[in-house]
Design a protein around this ligand. Structure first.
Ligand code: NAD
Length: 382
């Protein structure tokens, strides 16, 4: 049984996602566990080259992981020692970097959104198809235990006919005044590719398309609730990107999804993101790790009586749905699947074409907000 070295140029590893989710929890963790074992018993051991602008930051990370690093973009992208290019850097550079990597024959894998504009997303996806390279976009929410459980209920037909979906996502993001913010400042500046619509619609597209039904139309109101924030250096700036999005989506089969995403709300629900699916035969609600159901047989008949408090707790009327299995870190699981796919050992549905759809929904939601109108996605209305 052979051991294969997989050279990966990793860009954006000085950032939150690149460092924590992709380098530490996925690539370095897989290597520490001896690599990815293929079905024929061969092992694939990732060997990253860390690429970025900041020599000192890269050196500190390389010290921790023992990897090589460089600030020379041309040399790294052109390197024949590395078959795969991965990007978790700023969204604004993504499609250009991927395009350059594909030109040199590299396979590519990247964070969402695939590009900062739909035209660029389509161009790079078509380029990957033409070059025949293997290519993928991170769709981590599909690997959340809560959504895996929800997906299993859909496959089992638990819901009967699915009627509607409600996604409630968000938490308070501090302005950065006096104490550091809990998100990067570029998220709140349009010119840097910020905005919650672009950030979150890229997720909601694949979640809804793959778990429930294809998204057909969107109406969305974006808002910039907090317009003054303080950056990483403590300097005040104008926050001109949307920091909340209130959307309604129509899906195939008449399913309606209400989707709220906000960085200006305080959590009074059971998780940072809560997903509820209502169907004729039952409903389920899921967070990041958990899922609870209420079948038609368990559905109460509440009585509206404003003179008396409710006798029971509605939340107690739900049943934990907890199949007996374990769930690896989702980013790591998707990396493992992509690496298997590179070696012809796993199916790969998370293609750049799928990534294009996330950017399509983001642009449609922005257009809807601007025009105060419904916008249909490619393939028409519902
Ligand atoms: N999958 C998810 O759940 C998820 C969550 C958050 C962010 N993201 C995506 O991950 C990407 C990074 O987001 P983040 O939150 O880690 O941001 P971050 O600000 O922490 O990291 C950004 C990275 O890009 C690099 N960068 C920024 N400007 C650059 C430039 N001009 N030249 C070279 N490098 C530059 C930074 O050095 C850093 O490495 C974004 O595309 C974002 O949409 C995905």
């Amino acid at each position: 049984m052979a051991t294969h070295r997989l050279g990966i140029v990793m860009h954006g590893v000085t950032g939150r996602m690149g460092l924590n989710q992709h380098l530490r929890r996925s690539v370095a963790a897989l290597r520490a566990d001896g690599g990815v074992v293929l079905s024929n018993g061969d092992r694939v051991v990732p060997d990253p080259l860390l690429l970025g602008r900041d020599d000192a930051k890269l050196a500190a990370i390389a010290e921790e992981t023992g990897d090589a690093y460089t600030t020379d973009y041309d040399a790294a992208i052109g390197s024949s020692e590395h078959r795969l290019f991965f990007d978790a850097g700023t969204t604004l550079m993504r499609s250009d970097l991927l395009g350059r990597a594909i030109e040199t024959g590299k396979h590519v894998y990247c964070e969402k959104p695939l590009a900062a504009a739909l035209a660029d997303a389509r161009t790079v996806s078509a380029q990957a198809d033409r070059a025949g390279v293997k290519a993928g976009v991170v769709m981590d929410k599909l690997f959340l235990p809560g959504l895996i459980k929800l997906g299993a209920l859909v496959s089992d037909g638990f819901f009967g006919r699915i009627l509607s979906v409600r996604i409630d996502f968000g938490y308070w993001v501090f302005t950065g005044e006096g104490a550091p913010s809990n998100r990067p400042s570029w998220n709140y500046r349009q010119r840097d590719g910020g905005g919650i619509i672009f950030d979150m619609m890229a997720h909601w597209r694949y979640v809804l398309d793959r778990l429930i039904a294809p998204v057909r139309s969107v109406v969305c109101l974006g808002a910039t609730h907090v317009d003054q924030r303080w950056d990483e250096a403590g300097t005040r700036y104008t926050a001109d990107a949307d920091d909340a999005a209130y959307a309604v989506l129509q899906l195939d089969g008449g399913v309606v999804a209400q989707v709220n995403s906000s960085w200006c709300t305080r959590v009074n629900r059971d998780d940072l993101a809560v997903f509820q699916v209502d169907g004729t035969q039952g409903s389920a609600v899921a967070g990041l790790t958990w899922c609870r159901t209420q079948s038609i047989d368990d559905t109460p008949r509440p009585v509206w009586n404003p003179d008396e408090p409710q006798a029971g707790q509605f939340r107690d009327q739900w049943t934990a749905y907890d199949p007996d299995r374990t769930y690896p870190n989702g980013f790591r699981a998707q990396w493992e699947q992509f690496i298997r796919h590179l070696y012809g050992d796993a199916p790969w549905p998370y293609t750049l074409r799928e990534g294009v759809k996330g950017v399509e929904l983001a642009e449609a939601a922005l257009e809807s907000s601007r025009r105060r109108a419904w916008v249909d996605l490619e393939g028409g209305g519902p």
